[in-house]
Design a protein around this ligand. Structure first.
Ligand code: HXC
Length: 257
């Protein structure tokens, strides 16, 4: 597909998507979010891709939020019909997605990072939900995903003041997996992505689904989903291969079957 607002590359089993409006600090207009959902789904359908990295172009921003210039004159109906369902498509990707946050991740940018499964951040990264400063509130999951990760009190402060938070603090609070120097960010993301892409693909998919169900269900239902996914994996050749390789003291060769 032809994209105008993102760059799409592949390096063996890893797909890399770069938000590419650097002059606007990768502000998320509807076109970009739609292209992003398309590209993620394309990688998701590709059995050769085992992990996806999402990052921003330039040194300053992952994404500085939804495009304020595009939103400024919109009506509620414009917003309703404008393509917000792209966010739901991003949420439903089965392949693990690593956010490599290389600078500002504000508003929709912070929410986009939180749609990902693992968040790596550069030392200069700044996260935040500054919507309150322009008279709105987060609209792509910010209040919910922050509250589920940080709890009520820290989330209230972030959402009610709009003040940014640095990557180190979010690492200590469990929202950022690792903070690394900016020059190392993509290397670290690639290392992690390759490690994930080297696992048994169906097990990876079942694992992601099981972890995400923790945010959607009661403990009882979540445990049930986990157990069923665990049992289902006993139908895969990769499970036989993985266990046999352990017993035979050799490396496993997974085939995604
Ligand atoms: C449109 C944006 C933008 C945005 C930056 N730009 N953020 N354009 N929408 N969200 C543009 C600026 O207008 C400017 O273009 C250029 O990018 C560079 O930005 P500067 O402000 O000059 O850079 P700097 O002084 O370094 O400040 C960086 C910044 C600031 C602190 C990140 O740009 C900023 O506060 N941006 C807005 C952050 C924000 O409020 N995000 C939440 C949006 S609401 P020109 O052409 O003027 O030079 C939201 C709702 C999500 O995200 C709902 C779900 C989708």
């Amino acid at each position: 597909a032809e994209y105008t607002s993102i760059l799409v590359e592949r390096e063996e089993k890893v797909g890399i998507i770069t938000l590419n409006r650097p002059k606007e600090l990768n502000a998320l207009n509807f076109q970009l979010v739609n292209e992003l959902a398309d590209a993620l789904e394309e990688f998701d359908r590709d059995e050769a891709i085992g992990c996806i990295i999402l990052t921003g172009s330039g040194e300053k921003a992952f994404a500085a939020g939804a495009d304020i210039k595009e939103m400024a004159d919109k009506s509620p109906i414009d917003m309703l019909l404008g393509g917000f369902e792209s966010w739901g498509r991003i949420r439903k990707i089965h392949t693990p997605v690593i956010a490599a946050v290389n600078g500002y991740a504000l508003g929709g940018g912070c929410e986009l990072a939180m749609h990902c499964d693992i968040i790596l951040a550069s030392e200069n990264a700044r996260f935040g939900q500054p919507e309150i400063l322009i008279g709105v509130i987060p609209g792509a999951g910010g209040t919910q995903r922050l509250a589920r990760t940080l709890g009520k009190y820290r989330t209230m402060e972030i959402v009610l003041t709009g003040s940014p938070i640095n990557a180190k603090e979010l690492e200590s609070l469990g929202l950022v997996n690792h903070v690394v120097p900016q020059s190392e960010l993509m290397n670290e993301a690639r290392k992690l992505a390759n490690k994930i892409a080297g696992q048994a693909p169906i097990a990876v998919r079942m694992a992601k689904e099981a972890v995400l169900s923790a945010f959607e269900t009661s403990l009882e239902e979540g445990l049930d989903i986990e157990r069923k996914n665990f049992f289902l994996l006993f139908a895969t050749e990769d499970m036989r291969e993985g266990m046999r390789a352990f017993i035979e003291k050799r490396q496993a060769h997974f085939q995604g079957k």
